[in-house]
Design a protein around this ligand. Structure first.
Ligand code: PMP
Length: 477
């Protein structure tokens, strides 16, 4: 058995001791709620999913009264943190006026105007409630605009749980080998998915070949412009430009799925950050600040199909005033002083990212970090991944142990290695997190485990040092 890094067993015992209220609730929930969670991915939490009572800024408090500095941010949406006073005021005020109309109201116009003023590709927008459904609107629009059925997606990119896009998301090496290039379904019961062509991220020649062979069948290329769902892998220089050029040349649409990157990397999202403007872009998560809202933004010639009713887009709760009240408040905070808050989020994100990287490397771990400012990834591997397949080299168990130990120290992170920074995180919280990580790395590990860990991962010189110290107590790492 692999040595348990970061003293995972003791950390788990400690977390269990502190979170008995969560454990009891999880057991009870499973009697009535399928799996005890409301979204399948949440089941991956160790030692079990926690139950939360309230939050404030970058702090979340669980039902047992434990406080955490929150870097999961509800899987991304909480860009201004928990319970921001302006968002709470806006939503409370709206609640007293009306929950929803299923008809038109001023907030639709106000938020649409705010969005078209900052998103480069946004001549027009439309609203829905989740990232999954808005991606479907984008793909329908691409089919309607081109009269073609197929679309290209990249291995490892996530575009929601609809059958059409839930393929080749986190395939194993064995699945990849067996599929021989065909899309790999994720869930039982999925419809056939012969409209998807799967490409590899950052593979310039590969995407050129796909277009050379089947360019006249392709309605759209959809991608996460920064691959946040698997390793936070940036596009290599020229790759987004190549996608832009190929789609334009072959009459296909370029769709950026900015559900994560939107309002996170920059006010204008990844498209402004990387300087490549797609035809359509999808938004969710941060745009609603935690309220259910998604947005399709796009060029007039394509969005006109929705405007004309040629490509139907419907939804009872679309554009509901409660979500738009939240969005308006969030966008006001983010756009204030020309988006000054992004400088702070980037600065704090990089301080934390490179602080963690330096600390972990300093004690001999092979670790890489990647991403962009307010969203980054920590992976235990020897070199940065340039596509999904290369992320398979990462030691996921080691990261999981690290995350569990951080939880024990009051730092809440997602299980997959992704970290989110909000506008509410303070410099003090970033430093406190680095201190917590230092305790995890240096002191939270028992001497025997440290010895085994060091023997496994450090270079020969340090290995010799550690060996010479074994038997005289904890190595000074
Ligand atoms: N696209 C991307 C890039 C996402 O990260 C997600 C959610 N993680 C979705 C689409 C789906 O969004 P939702 O969970 O709101 O349906």
């Amino acid at each position: 058995m692999k040595a348990s890094a970061f003293n995972a067993e003791a950390r788990e015992r400690s977390v269990r001791r502190k979170t008995s209220g969560s454990m009891k609730r999880f057991e009870r929930a499973q009697q009535s709620l399928a799996g005890g969670v409301s979204s399948g991915l949440r089941r991956a939490a160790r030692p079990y999913p926690l139950y939360f009572a309230h939050g404030e800024g970058a702090r979340a408090v669980d039902v047992d009264g434990n406080e955490y500095i929150d870097y999961g941010l509800a899987w991304g949406p909480l860009i201004v943190g928990h319970a921001h006073a302006e968002v709470t005021r806006a939503m409370t005020g709206q609640l007293q006026r009306a929950l929803t109309f299923g008809a038109q109201h001023d907030l639709e116009i106000e938020v649409a105007e705010m969005l078209t003023s900052v998103i480069p590709c946004a001549d027009l927008v439309c609203f829905a409630n989740s990232g999954t459904e808005i991606v479907q609107v984008a793909l329908r629009l691409a089919r309607a605009a081109t009269g073609r059925q197929r679309f290209v997606k990249f291995e490892g990119h996530y575009h929601g749980w609809d059958d059409s896009v839930l393929v080749s998301y986190k395939p194993s090496r064995e699945e990849i080998a067996a599929a021989n290039g065909a899309p790999i379904p994720v869930a039982n019961g999925q419809r056939p998915h012969d409209q998807v062509i799967v490409a590899e991220w950052n593979d310039h020649a590969g995407i050129e070949e796909i277009f050379a062979a089947r360019g006249d069948e392709i309605s759209a290329v959809i991608c996460e412009p920064l691959l946040c769902n698997n390793g936070c892998i940036p596009p290599e220089p020229g790759f987004l430009e190549l996608l832009r050029e190929l789609t334009a040349r072959h009459g296909a649409l370029l769709v950026f799925d900015e559900v994560i990157t939107g309002f996170r990397l920059d006010l204008g999202g990844a498209q402004r950050h990387y300087g490549v403007t797609p035809d359509l872009a999808t938004y969710a998560k941060a745009v609603g600040g935690g309220a259910p809202l998604s947005v399709l933004a796009g060029k007039r010639e394509f969005m006109q199909l929705i405007a004309d009713g040629k490509a139907l887009h419907g939804g009872t709760l679309n554009g509901n005033p409660l979500s738009l009240a939240a969005a308006k408040a969030v966008l006001e905070i983010l756009t204030r002083d020309d988006g000054a808050v992004y400088d702070e989020m980037w600065r704090r994100g990089e301080r934390l990212r490179f602080g963690l990287e330096e600390m972990l490397r300093g004690v001999g771990f092979e670790v890489v970090t990647s991403g962009a400012g307010p969203v980054f990834q920590v992976s235990f591997m020897s070199r940065p991944a340039r596509n999904y397949r290369e992320t398979l080299d990462a030691d996921k168990q080691l990261y999981s142990d690290f995350a569990l130990a951080l939880l024990d120290e009051g730092v809440l992170v997602l299980p997959d290695g992704r970290w989110y920074i909000s506008a509410a995180h303070t410099d003090e919280q970033i430093e406190a997190t680095l201190d917590a990580a230092a305790r995890v790395v240096k002191f939270g590990t028992d001497p025997v485990t440290v010895d085994r860990l060091l023997l496994g991962i450090i270079d020969d010189k340090r290995k010799a040092e550690a060996q010479s110290r074994s038997g005289i107590g904890r190595p000074n790492i």
